[in-house]
Design a protein around this ligand. Structure first.
Ligand SMILES: Cc1cc2nc3c(=O)[nH]c(=O)nc-3n(C[C@H](O)[C@H](O)[C@H](O)COP(=O)(O)OP(=O)(O)OC[C@H]3O[C@@H](n4cnc5c(N)ncnc54)[C@H](O)[C@@H]3O)c2cc1C
Length: 378
């Protein structure tokens, strides 16, 4: 036996593997209900995709997604304000939920024929789901967000859309869970195998430690499939790298989230502007590249020319947990009585976190789920 192997004798109610937004928020929610939690994170909590994201509290083009994503989105958007308020009152950290609205520019004039087909579908989607959404002319775009340079004939305006300052949200969550005596966090500890007893998972192990729990939850983002393959479960979840840039103009230049094609600008309350993002299938490589820097900078300064007077202050990359159609897996892992997953949120894990966590907690506790769980089953 490895002489450095520490055998854990404490059995917690829940073992949670992965300390991103899903893992920390699940720990927080379960502790509020009186359960003990062991949260194990291979690096430091809140440093991977959940930190790297833009924090838009909506899918970019929500009408392009299945109803299962829309339903999770709507529930999360209801839950977000009270979550931010509660964390603020417990930690003093303001995660800055900022209602800027989102302008989605139609394509360039050259693409008009294909773009003209979009509005009817978008309007039907908005009516079906009672989403506040308007088609707007280029004059209205200029009124809502002066200073844009584009050739769009118009766009779509969603006034209710917010963004959250996700690094602060993670900091607040990390502080809240560290204040909570029912939660024990193990950082720099990578789970490598599960402890299986027939149909039950009695816990999991790293190279040097074993953790026992009544129920185990995988919240390991892009790494979830690697873990699941240990128990012979094949779930398509894979990493898609996204890179972003940050500007800090001397004066506020942007009041709205602006989306054009697959790229976007996000304003923070203090005037910072984020530019995103790339979609790169490069495996578990989260380094940044010159090429992405050039492309994102070119995009940002062509659409908001005033940005050209200011330097880029930061560039970073993160690994999104991609999944087919971006539909996350939320619920029990087939073949086991006490083994669960909440992962695969692809481009929408920040918006979907409060509702996904609520749904997985309800299932783990045998409560009536807030939404039909069918679409998210493994
Ligand atoms: C550039 C970019 C922009 C984005 N923009 C948005 C946006 O505007 N809005 C939005 O809603 N979403 C956005 N997203 C998506 C969102 O960030 C993710 O979907 C979400 O953060 C996933 O959260 P998670 O907790 O599942 O994963 P993560 O935050 O990646 O956390 C998983 C954790 O598990 C840990 N882990 C992995 N393996 C193990 C192991 N074996 N043992 C222990 N721990 C392990 C990892 O170290 C990591 O900390 C964006 C993502 C990127 C990269």
């Amino acid at each position: 036996m490895n002489p450095f192997f520490r055998v854990e004798t404490i059995v917690s109610d829940f073992l949670i593997i992965g300390g991103g937004i899903m893992g920390m928020l699940s720990s927080y929610a379960l502790a509020k209900k009186g359960f003990s939690i062991r949260l194990v994170e291979s690096q430091r909590c809140g440093q991977q995709a959940s930190w790297a994201g833009g924090g838009i509290v909506s899918p970019l083009s929500p009408w392009d997604y299945a109803d299962s994503i829309t339903n999770l989105t709507k529930l999360s958007q209801q839950l977000y304000p009270s979550l931010i308020e509660q964390l603020m009152s417990e930690t003093g950290i303001d995660s800055q939920l900022y209602q800027t609205g989102l302008i989605s520019l139609f394509g360039d004039v050259d693409e008009r024929s294909s773009v003209n087909e979009v509005p009817a579908r978008v309007q039907a989607w908005a009516a079906q789901h009672s989403v506040d959404l308007k088609l707007i002319s280029s004059d209205i775009i200029e009124t809502l967000q002066p200073g844009l340079n584009h050739r769009a004939t118009g766009g779509i305006w969603m006034p209710q859309v917010c963004n959250v300052r996700n690094p602060r949200l993670l900091k607040a969550l990390k502080q809240a869970i560290s204040q909570q005596p029912l939660i024990c966090v193990e950082e720099n500890t990578s789970i490598t195998e599960f402890l299986i007893e027939g149909q039950r998972v009695s816990g999991a192990a790293s190279q040097t430690q074993r953790f026992h729990a009544e129920k185990t939850l995988i919240t390991s983002g892009a790494w979830s499939q690697q873990l699941l393959s240990n128990v012979g479960s094949e779930t398509p979840i894979w990493p898609i790298r996204g890179q972003m840039l940050l500007y800090k103009p001397a004066a506020p230049l942007l009041q709205r989230i602006v989306l054009s094609g697959n790229r976007y600008l996000i304003p923070r309350r203090d005037g910072h502007i984020l530019v995103g993002s790339t979609l790169e299938n490069v495996g578990f490589d989260n380094s940044t590249t010159e090429q992405a820097y050039t492309e994102l900078r070119g995009y940002a300064e062509s659409i908001l020319p005033a940005l050209a007077d200011f330097p880029v202050v930061q560039q970073w990359a993160g690994l999104r947990p991609a999944s087919p159609a971006g539909i996350p897996k939320i619920g029990a892992i087939a073949g086991y009585d006490n083994f669960y997953i909440n992962a695969g949120h692809f481009r929408n894990g920040l918006v979907l976190a409060p509702s996904s966590v609520q749904l997985v907690v309800e299932q783990m506790l045998g409560e009536t789920p807030s939404l039909d769980c069918g679409p998210y089953q493994l």
